[in-house]
Design a protein around this ligand. Structure first.
Ligand SMILES: CC(C)(COP(=O)(O)OP(=O)(O)OC[C@H]1O[C@@H](n2cnc3c(N)ncnc32)[C@H](O)[C@@H]1OP(=O)(O)O)[C@@H](O)C(=O)NCCC(=O)NCCS
Length: 155
């Protein structure tokens, strides 16, 4: 898809464009502990869609989608730089992500779109049709290179 000009805000919207350095700079603007650059490079390479918003050369908002284009669409890393929050860029990112699914999903099928949200961000996502269900997020951290199975019997 070609880049577009967002006439409302005079910012540029670019698809599948932002790199690991841009990702990490925006991450650091809102959260601590950015992931390693090599992890980010792989993550971006394997994302199915990325949308970035630029003020000149500076990235000011981003989001990406991971998945398999068929059954799984998962929204990740929705970030608007604090200087640009509250101007509609979060809505803009969500609109582009959901439009991508509408265009690329198997036409006529129901597609479950998922994401993980902190409680204070749930009202933002609810505006785009998301609702919590009974499933709970489960997570563990695994240091690559150190995994030990729970038991030899399980191998
Ligand atoms: C969450 C975030 C992406 C919203 O971006 P934003 O550009 O400020 O949002 P917008 O200006 O487009 O506002 C979107 C709508 O959601 C509402 N909204 C935004 N943040 C909200 C919040 N934390 N709680 C409730 N409503 C919120 C706005 O009022 C607006 O409502 P409207 O469409 O009815 O006018 C932004 O605050 C952000 O990047 N935060 C830090 C990173 C983060 O936490 N990302 C989400 C990970 S779960």
């Amino acid at each position: 898809m070609p880049a577009e000009r967002d006439m409302k805000s005079d910012l540029d919207i670019r698809y599948n464009d932002f790199d690991a350095d841009a990702f990490i700079s925006l991450w650091n603007a809102v959260w601590d502990g950015a992931p390693a650059k090599e992890q980010v490079q792989l993550a971006l390479e394997h994302s199915i869609f990325r949308v970035g918003v630029y003020d000149g050369d500076r990235i000011v908002a981003m989001a990406r989608m991971i998945g398999d284009l068929g059954l799984c669409y998962y929204i990740k890393d929705v970030i608007v730089h604090p200087d640009y929050q509250g101007r509609g860029l979060g809505n803009l990112l969500m609109t582009h992500l959901l439009r991508f699914i509408g265009e690329h999903g198997v036409q006529g099928t129901e597609i479950a779109v998922e994401l993980c949200a902190m409680p204070d961000k749930m009202p933002f996502y609810a505006k785009h049709g998301f609702a919590a269900n009974e499933a709970q997020r489960m997570r563990r951290m695994l240091r690559a290179g150190t995994y030990k199975p729970r038991s030899e019997e399980h191998i």
